[in-house]
Design a protein around this ligand. Structure first.
Ligand code: SAM
Length: 209
């Protein structure tokens, strides 16, 4: 029956499979229908699973899910945690909440703070990934800790410029955290004044402390 089947949204963590919770991994392994970014599908899809890549054609992905959930559960893999800027938003607009089961994952943001051994309960989190945060989010205040998602346009260089214009000091520390959890994981610790001269790093996490 259509309503009995679920859309199971699995947070696959920052990238390295060691950081997926076992319940998420089990759901992926047992899936008949598996949705995910191409990288995730290459990593996790097994023979016999029918897959649908998440591309810019989000409506196409929704159509696939709508058709297949009539037959069985559909598992959708998203990076990091589903509750933090993922396909879950669009799924909630298309399907009733009762039909969606979320298996949480470790967000890249969470991982970045862990990597720096830095508590994040007092941090202000904001996203420059395909959007811009409010002026209030990124306003300077002494002692403020900022955690930022980035994309290719809003990268370590352009965001450092924006923060300097917003009144942050040139000497403020910026951690540029890229490829988190992968073998080529890199954390560069610099200042905002230096970051505007360094090669831009995109699709990373920026922690300003
Ligand atoms: C659309 S957001 C998805 C966030 C995801 N739901 C999460 O909880 O981590 C994509 C952004 O997350 C960050 N990101 C995701 N994986 C990352 C990683 N392994 N290393 C560094 N940043 C990462 C980058 O800023 C990237 O542009």
């Amino acid at each position: 029956m259509e309503t009995q089947n679920k859309i199971v949204v699995v947070g696959i963590g920052p990238g390295n499979p060691d950081y997926i919770v076992p319940k998420g991994l089990k759901a992926i392994e047992q899936a008949k229908f598996l949705v995910g970014g191409r990288r995730a599908l290459n990593q996790f899809a097994a023979d016999g699973q029918e897959t649908c890549p998440i591309t810019a054609d989000i409506q196409g992905v929704m159509d696939f899910i709508r058709a297949k959930v009539k037959l069985d559960n559909v598992v959708a893999m998203v990076s990091g945690d589903p509750g933090y800027y993922s396909l879950l938003d669009a799924l909630r607009r298309e399907f009733p909440a009762e039909q969606i089961t979320v298996i949480p994952g470790i967000s890249a943001m969470q991982y970045a703070f862990a990597r720096l051994a830095l508590p994040w309960h007092d941090a202000t989190l904001a996203s420059f990934h395909g959007r811009t945060p409010t002026a209030q989010d990124i306003a300077y205040k002494q002692g403020k800790i900022l955690g930022l998602l980035t994309d290719s346009k809003y990268n370590s260089q352009t965001i450092a410029e924006i923060l300097l214009q917003a009144g942050w000091p040139k000497t403020q520390t910026m951690h540029i955290c890229s490829h988190l959890s992968y073998d080529d994981e890199t954390v560069v610790t610099t200042t905002l004044g230096e970051a505007i001269k360094l090669t831009a790093v995109a699709h990373c996490i920026l922690i300003i402390v």
